[in-house]
Design a protein. Sequence first.
Lengths: 451, 452
Amino acid sequence: MSKMPNYVSTTNACKLCKPLGASLAFRGIEGAVPFLHGSQGCATYMRRYIISHFNEPIDIASSSLGEKHAVYGGSANLKMGLKNVTAKYKPQLIGVATTCLTETIGDDVKMILAEYKDEFHTGIDDPLIISVSTPSYSGTHMEGFNAALKGVVEQLANGGEQNETINILPGFISAADLRYLKELLQDFGIAATVLPDYSETLDGEALNEYPLIPKGGTPLSSIRNMGRAKLTIECGRTFSGETAGSQLLKLFTVPLTRVGLPIGIRETDRFMDVVSEAAGIEIPEKYRSARGRLVDAMVDGHKYIFGKRAVVYGEEDLVVGLTAFLAEIGIKPVLCASGGKSGNMKESIANVLEGLGCEMPEVHENVDFYDIEERASDLDLDLLVGHSKGYSFARRQNIPLIRVGFPIHDRIGGQRLLHIGYHGAQQLFDTITNTIIAKKQDDSDVGYSYM
Amino acid sequence: MEPLHVLKEREPQIHRKGEAPFSIECNKDSLAGAVSQRACVFCGSRVVLYPIADALHLVHGPIGCAVYTWDIRGALSSGPELHRLSFSTDLQEIDVIFGGEKKLYKALIELIDRHQPKAAFVYSTCIVGLIGDDMEAVCKQVEKEKSIPVLPVMSEGFKGNKRAGYEAACSAMTRLVGTGDISGISKHSINILGDFNLAGEIWLIREYFNRIGVEVVANITGDGRIEDIKRSHGAALNVVQCSGATMDLATMMKKRFGIPNIRVSYFGVEDMAEALYEVARFFKDDEMLEKARELVRMELSTLLPELQKYKTALAGKKAAIYVGGAFKAFSLVKAFRLIGMKVVMVGSQTGTREDYEELEEITDEGTIIIDDANPLELSAIIREKDVDIFVGGVKERPIAYKLGVAFCDHNHERKEMLAGFHGMLNFAREVYGSVMSPVWQFVPRRVSEEKE
């Protein structure tokens, strides 16, 4: 395998910062307002970034620290901010995430929050306040996302007598994926807590009144009961360290089953088996037939895509899932890259490719788009698969970009992309195959009207 | 209808014309927890320097600051496009503990070798202000080794609001001005400050100036070039658009080089025409003034008939404006008037007292004037005033859309040319294309009206 050049500087990063991930996770809890403890710019920049993908309002509050707070500490502003958010939004929960600024000045957020509760909580309708440490100098948005979920579980869940529910920690998937997942669980007749759930809060209906906090999100009562569930299914193969799932196991002995993101046939099969076993029923006909149609479609389209060479980039778990799927349909993933650095991506990819007869692609963690492009320039590519930030690369290479994941800033409907399950695989398959067919058609001198 | 819900501390920053003598507070720090639409010092600096296309823009800090400002603006370049890349030192925990100077030095050397820029701007972020990296020293060192200007921009996010960032950017540019050769510059020459060349606007403006016989030495903040900025002190006049962004640079150039400045706006026909006239009047050149009049006559003779169709359709519709700088708001109020529309709300993130006084003067009775608004206030006003179109930036768009209100993007991300005479026509088309869409008949606020 060729060695990646080792640059000191980062050019066009393939990752986002930690508090952004935490904000997204908090947004998936019912009645919650994400709150960044830091300077005003962080909240505003992240709102703008998230808005450009979801086309939805997202209010992220900020303690708006100024120069004197950086010197004397941000305690007073954090408290005032919490008070104002409480007065104005009447939230059930405020999710406080720290930033580089407040981590570095050494604000003891846990202590400040304890003081705040003593000083301002009235005992009636006080919001719960969760805090999570998310300095952007350690880790990516995925670490922030996972840290927030872990914080929520640790600070809210209770143990007790086991009930019949299961916990699903689906990872960072689209709003459409979450809706699909909930429908699937319903079809299995499972009472499940899906955390987080921004399927409505970040993809809502047209309204007559601006909601202080959009409806939807994982209910707090369900989160409280997560310690009593009979099983946690946590999606992701590249976790390093403690997660919400591992904490539920450790603190409340809720059994933990880990599977990859259910993308493509085999990863979905694994997921469906786990869910089916938890539900104690066979996989419903709806999903069996969807799988059958998917296989049928794969046969219909296989010749147009066989041997095409792809670069896959983005969050590590998403890359693992997509790589598996591409290999299943005969596309050759030649380079798999992420800005994250869990250290587990290569092994995870090797695992999902096992038995597919697909040569192991180059796998690189902790890289940016400059690295990816430099490495890929002589790989003779046919397509890119990833979020919209790969567009400039695709344009230079004159190859198509299959937009998946987050962010999609140059198309509408990123939140409605379905990636997971057999239905998601079907959509991905059609999109990928048609994109390749369209490219050939557009580039051809003849312009055939049949495939 | 529910009354406008405003936090008590925010009340002095909202004024309704006609209800009380004019009074508004502004240039205050954002209220904690209020979800301000503002950004930070770093953002202000990035805005101003971003369009300098042949410079390296290196963000010294953790990854977020760089990645959220990657290619986010519609500022075009006629040549190099270095400004569209996002460079960062991506500080890690270990750098925070031991300092980031070495990493900064290496990153700068590496990037300068790779991209051969004409200069480098190095942006400080919150964390750099805290760990105490001596950016000045590193920049000086690299400048010596690489023989290009390497300019620190002291833009630590927490050190104020966007306005402070403008100052930091201007003071970085100040170091360039006066270092270039100014021979051969015409006596009828100007610099264009504060236009960001969104969708190629500055090319249009330059062409207008050329047509009336004015040489443009440097278009500093739009399609900008380091060499032009270095010799910008050879121009006879600084023509400044956009309230806060570049005024500091103009003030410095007046102090150091005695170059006078005028403030203009290129949005809307009155302001565009006035900008040309003012420049002509400055040069006390009758021929130039006549050329300017001729240009305006010519442009209007094609524009006005074309506008008529939009005016007829849009007459009486209501607009709300919320923009970064108040200066743009003045022009927008007039532009809406030209197409027969009524402005019922106007506000900005960073307006000054004088700006708001002027807005009070040019708006109608009952218009709400607002400083540093937040989503809840904006949405309440949209509902209260039954607004037909909202003009703002990308952060305001989902608020308008969620409530079923048309929207016109008038911020740095837009891809439509809205300046100049041609821009006025585009603006009318933009507004028309959104207000007249059939989709509004399906949104809840129109559906429930019908039922009433």
